[in-house]
Design a protein around this ligand. Sequence first.
Ligand code: TMP
Length: 244
Amino acid sequence: MIHESAQATDALRGIFITFEGGEGAGKTTHIRFLSETLRAHGREVLCLREPGGTEVGEQLRAVVLDPANGGMSDEAELLIYEAARAQLMAQVIAPALARGAVVLCDRFTDSTVAYQAYGRGLPRMFVDRVNEFACQGVHPDRTILMATGGEANVGLVRATHRGAADRLEQAGEEFHARVNEAFLEIARRDPERVRVVVSDGNKSQTAAAVFAELADLFPWMAQVVDDDPAFFDRLDVKRSKVEA
Ligand code: TMP
């Protein structure tokens, strides 16, 4: 169902939303669902992922995630993520926001803080500075942190079962526990921007929670959550069809 009211109020400025979380937290499904709904409301939507989203960035992604590059230093790893980000910002994100699009990005600067600062142990202040350098003053309007409420490594198991583990997925349980704790710490320190959504339940419940956390940016989303909860049911239907 298309909820037409209030479309005009949020059609004017670009909005930048990032999705964060440990491995296998379920970001992809919710980014896709949100993008479909925003498009149905007449918005231009870009769905991006980091590292990636540009030709340069996708090549850098292959390098940084390749398990064959086991000898890569932590410093080199950080700079590869930042190089991919700088390219994505200059080539795609900044121009899209300038023309009024909604940009949805699977991972962004909080991942670098969680993985390279807390996970690898690189200095937080330096990571913050290179993040700023890569982003040219652009910051997410909202960040959805998708958290698995159960055991810390549930998402990691889910992610690694999808295929061969990449270099970061192979980093070990302690590393990933630090990363998950770091994301929660980032959310505690910046509650206005970063909203935690627990993604253990039904996809429909998680999607409704995501919409609720975006309702100040897109007022019609509050109406969907309050007046039309069945709007989200299709997510669970799709899932059971696949499983059947
Ligand atoms: P994903 O897109 O499948 O989540 O893979 C990206 C991997 O890269 C994931 O393990 C998280 C990691 N990563 C970092 O370590 N630092 C970063 O800045 C970003 C964007 C991702």
